[in-house]
Unconditional design. Structure first.
Length: 598
């Protein structure tokens, strides 16, 4: 036994001297070809060495190839490959792991054929082992666009599938990637490849310079939201931690330097399931990565500027420009479902998004426990405005929408309240709307807003006050606004109603409420008024009438009528009660006073 071990040790130490440089180069070229479908080229006077740890090292090599008519090359500053011991003892060179340090991936599609070309005819072996890429950069037509890319790819035994983990730099943050790709080479062909992808955001500081983690045998499929993950995400939001859970996407992927497509896709965003098709194309003359950077920087800048403007109270100055979207054409057709435990079932039967430059069309159709929604929206340059003037038009209708369930559903996406949950209005809502606006800023949009909104609700309740208790106190002779009594403060509680209806007509940013009426079991409210949407000022007046419920009395005869006015702002309205009218006086119907002249 000791003799066998000794002989094996001697053989192991002698192996590096028994393998020629030509054998090493051939094995390395074959391995690189299997993984990349390209061709390995060694620069002149390249030294290939094999150390006693059976690790091959090499500097200054280039891998070139063509995929879908697009030429590419990988310039490698330093390369190392680990060899398998037992095959080497039997006279075969098998590479277990290839590490590319600081590679520069150069893509050139200036003379590219259309991207939907078949795969190259020659058959290659399926990849084996794994490839690690550290601190890579990606360049298009000579310009570096991405730096600091780390990837680790592992071949799945007895298949063409590849597992991937890595990190993609995204400004001050990173996008962490996990994926399983059934046939990586087919992604760049007409037929595409099935794949499953998981993405999550992370701080760049999380990258400590170590290699990406070894890919797991598989990643979780697209699945619904668990209540545990929902709770964790809410806790994370409250404590300021990054949101829990990745975005998971699976489907048939097809890619080219200027286009990307996912067919028969399923996606989980925070657990909500979306299924459909997505295609994106870069239409500009700049290199693709430069265009993507422009879109990403524009979106990030718009989001940041919006947050700053809101934080400083200058929300009217928020820019409405979407010119950063111009290089990207998108077509998306999908449907959505969210039927998590303990929540209303939501089904969006149609979501369609189409962008052509700065023209955007969006349509949505929804059904389920919350009711039915049909809506459409169009954004684009205003035909008579400047280059930065955006026009928006939207039209839609809501049927049998449960206002309370909608509110409770929305609350599932926000951090839990520190005290008791907020009270929500209830009722079944019907509504139709049609609105248009244009402007370079949000304030400009509001100043030009015009259109109509009609709404009717039934069998619901309003929160914040018990109107019947308040009016009963007035009917029983309660005084207010005297030396002894203060202003009329509505009794706390909830007011049930049978019907609520009204119409809002908007013209040049001024919204006028007409025909507004709320009717309950013993009361009626009529109200009319106007609001300036740009500055938020509100003027309205109306009358609340309470009908008697005394035995033997005529239920149609009012017991008290209370005129009132509303002022202040939309965000903080001020209620002012008028002089109450009792019994016969209360039958007089109010007329809404016009808004004060400016």
């Amino acid at each position: 036994m000791i003799l066998c071990i000794g002989l094996a040790t001697v053989a192991y130490r002698a192996l590096p001297d028994m393998i020629s440089h030509q054998q090493l180069q051939s094995a390395l070229a074959e391995y690189a070809e299997d993984w990349t479908r390209g061709e390995l080229h060694l620069l002149q006077d390249v030294e290939v060495t094999l150390n006693r740890g059976l690790k091959m090292t090499m500097a200054n090599s280039v891998i070139t190839g063509s995929t879908g008519g697009v030429a590419w090359r990988i310039e490698v500053a330093s390369l190392s490959a680990s060899l398998r011991t037992w095959p080497l003892l039997r006279g075969r060179i098998e590479i277990a792991q290839l590490v590319l340090d600081r590679p520069r991936i150069v893509i050139d599609d200036r003379d590219a054929a259309p991207p939907d070309l078949p795969l190259m005819a020659r058959e290659l072996a399926t990849p084996v082992g794994e490839v690690i890429v550290t601190n890579a950069s990606v360049a298009h037509q000579g310009t570096d666009e991405i730096r600091g890319l780390d990837l680790r790819l592992a071949a799945v035994p007895d298949s063409s599938s590849v597992l991937l983990t890595g990190a993609l730099p995204a400004g001050e943050r990173q996008i962490r990637i996990k994926a399983r790709i059934d046939d990586p080479a087919a992604v760049f062909s007409e037929r595409g490849s099935k794949a499953r992808l998981a993405l999550r955001g992370a701080n760049a500081a999380e990258n400590d310079g170590s290699l990406p983690p070894r890919p797991q045998p598989d990643i979780s499929p697209v699945e619904g939201k668990s209540e545990v993950m929902r709770a964790l995400r809410q806790v994370a939001m409250v404590t300021g931690l990054p949101g829990a859970g990745p975005v998971t996407l699976e489907g048939r992927f097809t890619a080219a330097p200027r286009s990307f497509e996912v067919a028969d896709a399923s996606m989980s965003v925070g657990g909500i399931l979306v299924a459909g098709d997505l295609a994106a194309t870069l239409t500009g003359e700049e290199p693709p990565l430069a265009q993507l950077n422009r879109v990403a920087r524009g979106a990030q800048s718009a989001w940041r500027d919006t947050a700053v403007a809101i934080g400083s109270g200058a929300w009217r100055e928020i820019s409405t420009s979407i010119d950063w979207l111009a290089p990207l054409d998108i077509e998306m057709s999908a449907h959505l479902r969210d039927d998590g435990f303990g929540k209303p079932e939501i089904e969006v039967t149609r979501i369609r998004l189409e962008t052509r430059g700065t023209d955007v069309h969006f349509d949505i159709s929804s059904a389920g426990d919350l009711g039915r929604i049909e809506a459409g929206m169009t954004l684009g340059p205003h035909p008579r405005g400047g280059a930065d003037t955006l026009r928006i038009a939207t039209k839609g209708r809501l049927e049998e929408v449960d206002v309370g369930d909608v509110g409770r559903y929305i609350l599932t996406f926000v951090p839990p309240p520190l005290a008791s949950p907020p009270q929500l209005p209830e009722g079944m809502l019907q509504s139709e709307f049609e609105l248009t606006a244009h402007g370079e800023t949000l304030g400009g949009m509001l100043a030009t807003l015009e259109g109509t909104v009609e709404a009717e609700a039934r069998d619901g309740s309003l929160v914040g006050a018990d109107l019947i208790l308040t009016l009963e106190a007035v009917a029983q002779g309660r005084d207010f606004m005297t030396e002894q009594d203060g202003p009329l403060v509505p009794a706390a509680g909830r007011t049930m109603f049978d019907t609520l209806e009204g119409r809002i007509h908007v013209d040049a940013g001024r919204a006028r409420l007409t025909g507004a009426r709320i009717i309950g079991e013993r009361y009626a409210i009529n109200i009319g008024g106007e609001a300036d949407l740009l500055i938020g000022e509100l003027w309205a007046e109306g009358k609340a009438t309470l009908y008697s419920d005394a035995p033997g009395s005529d239920a149609s005869v009012p017991s008290v009528g209370l005129p009132f006015g509303l002022g202040g702002t939309l965000a903080a309205p001020v209620f002012a009660a008028g002089v109450p009218m009792r019994e016969a006086e209360a039958e007089v119907e109010p007329t809404a006073a016009p808004a004060p002249s400016e």
